[in-house]
Ligand binder design. Structure first.
Ligand code: PHE
Length: 452
């Protein structure tokens, strides 16, 4: 059983929020919000965070803290039969798939940060060339290359390994304690700048003024998928982190804090992006994933004074968000390997991360030289993204909720949420009701929507 614990409550929150806050908040959330009606999406998203996110998070926390191990070991330790332990394996598999493409994007971010520092990203070679075209060409050449994106991706893998090799307190917790406050400061700085832009009001109106006619079942389902990915649910990351929570941690309060902060970062991102694109007349542009971050935002910065400065700190923000999420996903595999093979954490880091050199490498190349190679019409990169987010994560969370809500002897959540009876948890009946009846149905809906 694991005896490692987070050293402080602040460190515990920083690490868990570090896992939740990532590319999902910075580039996925604003894009989803824009495509799904702005404020209407935001309202549904907030509802899902509370109805689905917090109960599903509490299920993972309960299993992890009671089981004191990685996703598979925790299930075994709380008495799950072999087939149920495989839920943990599913999580590890999903983790490799997510890391496969996530580390590639983290690599691009590092590359863009470097190109911003040197100024190469903003150097204009053909005077009069439209900015959009300039940044499109740059994106194609930076992301679509062979060696440089590959080297950056491998750099992220090595960085993740180096952090994890230092262990829970000296690695994960220490780095989160430094990086998370940095992320908050950068976010607030951007918010002040964005809110003083000429058309800030119009941007905010799009984001905060709900047009209920934009609501549709599809919007609701997209918001659900987003909540899921953003809160790091469904692949055992939160089970593993919860095994490092001390026994007196108030799980309900922690889940509310983590979900609230994750939501706050997404909302802040909306308050930054919408005023910015509105003020520079870029609202008609495509805001999907890569284009938003690597084309539209550089265009915004190019219109501002000191573009290289703003661009550098933005990509620093994105790198920080991505790295703290990468370490959380990789941690699940690292502890599992170390536990199963009875080897040291350092060796486990090497063994668990080595396959990523190939998996992420393939994802990276599939954006460039291998882009013609597709499976079911998807490049390797898109296939991993779709299969993990739309299929494996929802299945993982669904099975975990069904196990805890229906299969495991009743009382696990009561014991964990009340710290063995020493804490009052007035929300307990509501949480258990949500876990048994509402969360599984909602997750099934996301799954089905993913297939049609
Ligand atoms: N929550 C992270 C983000 O928003 C991604 C993630 C998914 C992390 C699943 C861990 C597990 O970017």
């Amino acid at each position: 059983m694991s005896t490692t614990k987070f050293a402080s409550r602040i460190g515990l929150i920083a690490a868990t929020v570090g896992s939740a806050v990532g590319l999902g908040n910075v580039w996925r959330f604003p894009a989803e919000a824009q495509q799904n009606g702005g404020a209407a999406f935001l309202l549904v998203y907030i509802a899902w965070v509370f109805i689905l996110g917090i109960p599903a998070m509490l299920v993972e926390f309960s299993v992890g803290r009671a089981g004191e191990g990685d996703a598979v070991t925790s299930m075994r330790n709380i008495g799950a039969s072999r087939p149920w332990q495989r839920v943990g394996i599913l999580g590890i598999l999903a983790g490799y798939m997510i890391l496969g493409f996530y580390m590639v994007v983290a690599g691009w971010t590092l590359e863009y940060m470097w190109q911003s520092i040197t100024g190469a990203l903003y150097s204009v070679e053909t005077p009069g060339q439209p900015l959009k075209e300039l940044f499109m060409t740059r994106m194609d050449s930076y992301i679509g290359g062979t060696w440089w994106p590959l080297i950056c991706t491998w750099g992220v893998i090595i960085l993740t390994g180096l952090i994890l090799a230092n262990g829970v307190q000296k690695g994960i917790e220490r780095i989160s304690n430094v990086l998370m406050p940095m992320l908050v400061v950068i976010l607030l700085l951007f918010m002040v700048v964005a809110l003083t832009l000429p058309k800030a009001g119009e941007g905010l109106a799009f984001f905060f003024d709900p047009d209920f006619s934009a609501l549709s079942p599809q919007v609701a389902l997209n918001a659900l998928g987003q909540a899921f990915f953003s809160l790091s649910l469904g692949m055992g990351v939160l089970v593993t982190y919860a095994s490092y929570f001390p026994k007196d941690t108030n799980l309900t309060r922690t889940a509310v804090t983590v979900s609230g902060l994750d939501l706050a970062v997404s909302v802040l991102m909306g308050m930054i992006i919408f005023p910015a694109v509105m003020s520079f007349g870029l609202q008609g542009e495509e805001m999907k994933g890569a284009t938003l971050v690597f084309v539209t935002l550089p265009e915004v910065f190019a219109h501002m004074d000191f573009p290289c400065f703003w661009s550098t700190i933005f990509f620093l923000l994105l790198s920080v968000a991505a790295i703290t999420s990468c370490i959380s996903i990789a941690e699940v595999a690292v502890v599992w390997v170390s536990d199963r093979m009875k080897i040291s954490r350092k060796k486990a880091c090497v063994l668990a991360l080595a396959p990523l050199l190939i998996i992420s490498g393939a994802c990276s190349l599939s954006q460039g030289p291998w882009s013609d190679f597709t499976i079911c019409g998807l490049t390797i990169f898109n296939l991993f993204d779709t299969v993990s987010s739309n299929i494996l994560l929802p299945i993982g969370a669904l099975l975990l909720c069904v196990y805890v809500g229906w299969v495991h002897a009743p009382g696990l959540m009561k014991k964990e949420l009340t710290n063995n009876g020493s804490l009052r948890c007035r929300m307990l009946p509501l949480i258990i009701f949500l876990v048994r009846w509402i969360v599984p149905v909602l997750i099934l809906m996301v799954l089905i929507a993913g297939f049609i």
